[in-house]
Design a protein around this ligand. Structure first.
Ligand SMILES: Nc1ncnc2c1ncn2[C@@H]1O[C@H](COP(=O)(O)OP(=O)(O)OP(=O)(O)O)[C@@H](O)[C@H]1O
Ligand SMILES: [Mg+2]
Length: 234
């Protein structure tokens, strides 16, 4: 029996996932600053739009103006009517602009969960991106509370059949890693005085996958993975 898989928007990554993501699940993309988390998230968003899906993208650190300026250079069209881009970055305009989303998304996990559910009721999106989740984590005080709310979030998205991609800065043993369905790591190494980029899947519940560290590049076509090679680092 062949199971339905959906594209991440990155062909080589779909191959590593043995066909793509299992829909209706929650995935984490981890990586240090500048490794390509936002780029990968945009590929994921565009792949949804290409299938006629509705996509909600919540940006918590990079203002929408920057994304609108930078992302078209990588070939992404952010003007699709099914693409809903919400700016939840902290802003000095918070008290001026009544529609600031920072309070709703970044002021703790419970607020974010409530806002996502409300947005779902009006928008019925199929894919959700929260980029990055780090901001939400920092504003939730208790670790145990964070874990409880995170699990509730994962279960809610699963129930709503929303395929979710969260981005996060690199940390050793994130609680999120235990609770999500899949984890993709973007890593940067220094080799012979040059920077080498490597992508690896460390977890994918319900599926077999390619667990090798594969080289990837960011070019004017976005993120590309070379599945023919293994990145050997010592
Ligand atoms: N046209 C391009 N050609 C080559 N590299 C590019 C191009 N556009 C962007 N990049 C590279 O992509 C990287 C930025 O990727 P991205 O913003 O997706 O990373 P990120 O992990 O989200 O970063 P942050 O942690 O700051 O949010 C930068 O290092 C930049 O040099
Ligand atoms: Mg980013």
């Amino acid at each position: 029996m062949s199971e339905v898989r959906i594209s991440t928007g990155v062909p080589g990554l779909d191959e590593m996932l043995h066909g793509g993501l299992i829909p209706g699940r929650v995935y984490l993309v981890k990586g240090a600053p500048g490794t390509g988390k936002t780029t990968l998230a945009m590929h994921f968003a565009m792949a949804g739009l290409a299938r006629g899906e509705k996509v909600l993208y919540v940006t918590l650190e990079e203002p929408v103006e920057n994304l609108r300026q930078d992302m078209p250079k990588l070939g992404f069209n952010l003007d699709d009517p099914n693409f809903i881009l919400i700016d939840a970055t902290p802003s000095t305009d918070t008290y001026v602009l009544m529609d600031s989303m920072f309070e709703s998304f970044a002021k703790g996990f419970n607020k974010m969960l409530e806002t996502v559910k409300n947005q779902y009721l009006s928008l019925h999106f199929h894919r959700l991106i929260i980029d990055p989740l780090t901001m939400v984590k920092l504003t939730t005080k208790e670790e145990i509370e964070y874990r409880r709310l995170f699990l509730e979030f994962v279960k809610t998205m699963h129930r709503l059949r929303v395929t979710t991609l969260l981005t996060s800065e690199m940390e050793k043993c994130d609680v999120e890693e235990y609770l999500v369905h899949g984890v993709i790591e973007l890593r940067r190494f220094e080799m012979d005085g040059r920077v080498a980029r490597g992508i690896r899947i460390t977890k994918f519940r319900g599926s077999d996958f390619d667990d090798a560290l594969r080289p990837y590049a960011i070019t004017e076509r976005g993120l590309t993975v070379n599945t023919d090679e293994i990145l050997r680092v010592f």
